[in-house]
Each structure stands twice: as structure tokens, then as C-alpha cells.
Design a protein around this ligand. Structure first.
Ligand code: AKB
Length: 341
């Protein structure tokens, strides 16, 4: 029996996976298989060829997938986010680092078995940066990929290290072997800012205050924001995040001068997000009750990122600036979403 060529998405039930499955499902050339610890929502489950329920730490399960399928493209989305990782750093390291290593090894074995390269898409994060204080953060402005790589969270350390692991598999894997085995895994990373989706609510992250504020207002629930009003980090609308992943997949290898790219979208302060939410949902009850510890994490992330490299190398060009994201995507989609629930 021939193995079937497919795309593998790990952590498929998460926020990015949700948007990505809907997008990839339109493309009949790319049947999807997924791996997640929890079953997918029924609506998503119908869009995929096979759903594996299990952990990225289960190497027997990965071997089974290797035997059954030819994978040319991996979206490795499974991870514990920053807030959750800070409560369980050992578990975070296990899932975020060992899990990623398992998937890189899986991709390498896939290449060696079907003889083609495997494109490996890895969502890194602005958490890979660490600014020591607010004064430095203000002075640093839009940070470049190679600046301030001193993450102050377990999640950020995991992301930065896995970027390096990806580069190792792509360029140096088993460099002392008689026959070179590197250059088979085509690792491509994106350092995502906070992502805001109109149809899913994040959990376990520290950029969650913006989407939480919007979704609470849309449901008529009060919300106490856990960061100060002047807090500023970059965000992007989920459709732009999914578009970017798809664009980076198809970018010609020779155009890519980096293994990991910053992406920016817009970077409102928490107070500016609140104002936009109040304009769309007048009377929404949004207050500020900073949690100093979570605040410290967000304060260590840059106020904005320099995404010139992505724009230049593979034509990244987000559809949504701040106004358009709220007016044309978030508010209409969220209102419809909750009215149909
Ligand atoms: C988190 O808050 O942990 C994530 C991220 C910025 O990577 N949303």
C-alpha cells in the first residue's frame, strides 16, 4: 500500500490551527491530518482526513504516522503559552522543547523515507525577546530579529531555543556523519505578536488581555484588564497570521535570508484597545486591575517589531491595520459569532 501525502498540523485545536484548517481545507491538494491531545471541534474534524488524538511526546504515535503517511509540510503549533508555562516550567520545557525536537526528528525521518524535503512551519513569538525595563523598552522601539534575545519567561526561552534547533536541523544536522543529512528539513519560523481572533478565545497566554477584553464586551460581560492602560505590545488579526503562514510556505527557499521572521500588525496600548471596544460596544464594563506579575512579562516584550525582512524576502503585507482590524474583521465577525451561538 502506498503512503498518502498529507499536511500535518500539531496542536490543531488551538487558535491558529482553527484558522489554518479552515484555510487549508479549501485546497484539495493538501489533505490534512492533525495531532492534538484533545479532539477537534466537530466542525473542524469534518475538514480533516484523520485526527490523531495524542501527545507530541508520544514517539510511538509519531512513528505510526510516519508509517501511514507521507508528510511534506508540518505546521507545528502545539505549545504551552507563556502564562501557563510560568506556572509549570518543567512541563512547558517538556512540551515546548522536547515536543518540538520530536517533530523535527519526525520531519527528518519523513525526508529520509520519501526522499523530498519537508517544509516545517514554526510559530515562534515576541516572547523570544526580553527588554530589561520600561525605559529600555521605550528606547528600543521596533526591535529587529537579532536584538534583545534575552527572554524572561520559560516559554520565551523555549521558543528561542527551538528556533535554533530548527536552524540546526535545516543547516547542520549530524554534521560529522560521512554522508551529510542536513538540508532536508526546510525550517521556517515566524515570531508572532499577540494574535486576536474573532472566533476563538486564547487561554494560557499573557497577550490574552486584548482578545479577552473584546470577547467579554461582545458577550456583555464585565472585564478587569490585567495590565496597565499604557501597556503596549504588537498584535495582529488572525486572518493575517494564517495568510502569513501560507505565504511563507510557498516562498522560494533561495529568497529566505532568515530562518525566523518578525511580523508586525498594529501596536495599540491597552487603553486604546479599550476605547475601540467601547466605541463598538457602548456601555461595556472594562476596568483595569493590573496583575503586577503578568504585567512584568508583557513589559519585557517589545512595544513593536521591525518586520522589514519578512516584507522584503517573501512579500509579507498584512491586510489589517488597527482601524481596519477592528472595523472590518473583529467587530462584525464577533457580533455575528455571538448572535448565532
Ligand atoms: C502568549 O501570550 O503567550 C502568546 C504569545 C505572545 O506568544 N500569545
Amino acid at each position: 500500500m502506498l503512503r498518502k501525502p498529507v499536511v500535518l498540523i500539531t496542536g490543531a485545536g488551538g487558535e491558529i490551527g482553527h484558522g489554518l484548517i479552515c484555510r487549508l481545507a479549501n485546497d484539495k491538494d493538501h489533505p490534512i491530518i492533525t495531532l492534538d491531545v484533545r479532539p477537534l471541534d466537530q466542525a473542524l474534524g469534518h475538514l480533516v482526513q484523520q485526527e490523531f488524538i495524542g501527545s507530541i511526546l508520544d514517539t510511538h504515535l509519531l512513528d505510526r504516522i510516519l508509517v501511514e503517511y507521507e508528510v511534506d509540510l508540518v505546521f507545528h503549533l502545539a505549545a504551552l503559552l507563556s502564562t501557563r508555562s510560568e506556572f509549570a516550567p518543567m512541563e512547558a520545557h517538556l512540551v515546548n522543547v522536547n515536543g518540538t525536537l520530536n517533530l523535527l526528528e519526525f520531519a527528518q525521518k519523513q525526508c529520509e523515507s520519501h526522499g523530498r524535503s519537508v517544509t516545517f512551519l514554526y510559530p515562534s513569538s515576541i516572547a523570544a525577546y526580553g527588554l530589561p525595563d520600561l525605559e529600555t523598552k521605550a528606547r528600543a522601539g521596533r526591535v529587529k530579529e537579532n536584538e534583545w534575545n534575552d527572554p524572561a519567561t520559560m516559554y520565551g526561552c523555549n521558543k528561542l531555543y527551538c528556533e535554533h534547533l530548527g536552524r540546526y536541523y535545516a543547516r547542520h544536522y549530524k554534521r560529522l556523519a560521512v554522508e551529510s543529512r542536513s538540508g532536508k528539513v526546510d525550517f521556517r519560523g515566524i515570531r508572532f505578536p499577540g494574535l486576536i481572533s474573532a472566533v476563538t478565545i486564547p487561554s494560557g497566554g499573557t497577550s490574552d488581555y486584548a482578545p479577552e477584553m473584546i470577547h467579554a464586551a461582545a458577550q456583555g460581560q464585565p472585564y478587569a484588564c490585567f495590565v496597565r492602560p499604557d501597556t503596549r505590545i504588537p498584535f495582529m488579526a488572525m486572518p493575517d497570521g494564517v495568510d502569513a503562514l501560507m505565504q511563507l510556505v510557498t516562498a522560494p527557499h533561495e529568497k529566505l535570508n532568515h530562518t525566523v521572521y518578525n511580523l508586525g500588525g498594529f501596536n495599540p496600548s491597552a487603553a486604546e484597545v479599550r476605547e475601540l471596544v467601547l466605541a463598538a460596544f457602548p456601555g461595556a464594563d472594562i476596568t483595569f486591575k493590573p496583575d503586577l506579575k503578568r504585567q512584568g512579562i508583557v513589559d519585557s516584550w517589545p512595544a513593536d517589531v521591525d518586520d522589514h525582512a519578512a516584507r522584503f524576502d517573501w512579500g509579507y503585507s498584512p491586510r489589517y491595520d488597527l482601524q481596519r482590524a477592528f472595523a472590518e474583521y473583529l467587530f462584525p465577525t464577533i457580533k455575528k459569532y455571538y448572535s448565532e451561538k
